[in-house]
Design a protein around this ligand. Sequence first.
Ligand SMILES: NC(=O)c1ccc[n+]([C@@H]2O[C@H](COP(=O)([O-])OP(=O)(O)OC[C@H]3O[C@@H](n4cnc5c(N)ncnc54)[C@H](O)[C@@H]3O)[C@@H](O)[C@H]2O)c1
Length: 323
Amino acid sequence: MSERLLYLSQADVAAVGLTMEEIIAALEAMFREKGEGRVEMPPKPGVHPLPDAFIHAMPAFIPALNSAGVKWVSGYPDNYRRNLPYISGLLILNDPQTGLPLAVMDCVWITAKRTGAATAVAARYLARPDCQVVGILGCGVQGRSNLEALRVLFLLKRVIAYDVNAEAARRYAEEMSVRFGLEVSVAAHPQEAVSGCDIVVTAGPILRVPHATIQPGWFEQGAFASLVDFDSYWHPDALAEVDKFCTDDVAQLEHYRHVGYFQRIPAIHADLGELVTGRKPGRERADERTIACNLGLALDDMAVAPLIYERALERRIGTWLPL
Ligand SMILES: NC(=O)c1ccc[n+]([C@@H]2O[C@H](COP(=O)([O-])OP(=O)(O)OC[C@H]3O[C@@H](n4cnc5c(N)ncnc54)[C@H](O)[C@@H]3O)[C@@H](O)[C@H]2O)c1
């Protein structure tokens, strides 16, 4: 038989029907493996065809999940001007035993969902369990998937949404309130989506030089924040108020620092592998201010891709292509 691979379009990947609960569980299992030092993930090499744009190669191997592969993903902050998505790309899943490619799939759905799930894993260790009010700054793809993931772990009551584009925030509020049955209001000023919130998610564009909108004194004692867009939204003096600043991978954060990002962030308390395995403590007091600045790891993608592939096989979704 000639060798073949399964091609899964964006619609195919979504049609597979993996739930956010399953994705969060897969990421937590992966972070446990990472914490135990049983994974392989070289830093992301990338090319940068435009300022603040990237196309990154993200390879990873997770033996316990029998998963190996690479994501080739681009982020173009100005794509909205062309009516194109910020994030696009493809993922190749390989058979770890033979190296042969098993599948090529669109990576937009995985990127959206696994990033939200990584916020949820961090929140499980760093946020108060009784969090009810969430502030979302940046009402795009990530603003949506992060809220979807947080809902799995917390009994949320209220969401306050801010976007520099007021129309984007209005659409978000309308859509999320219907989808999740939550009270979602639009903030006229960014401070309203930070002060008074138990959880804050920032998900605007990633910028080498932060726009630093969030000022000291806004982020409440006892709150948790997920910085999906790195430190772009935060004034360095606001970050300095935090008790525990965590990330998903220290080596990658150091790499980013080396190439000019994260010039003024607090000392790193722990990575998610250390939190999940209990090597470092998560939240210890109700009044701590905690942050997870997850960079987005190839390991996140490779924790989810085999589940997509297996479910697609079961449900006969996708198109077979000759190798
Ligand atoms: N850390 C990770 O793992 C990870 C993974 C995927 C995406 N991201 C990042 O998350 C961010 C959001 O991605 P997305 O797919 O949701 O994009 P998106 O385009 O869907 O949403 C971005 C939102 O930011 C708003 N925005 C635009 N310019 C702004 C500015 N100057 N200041 C504040 N807000 C502004 C836009 O109006 C839009 O609503 C990007 O920075 C992306 O690179 C991070």
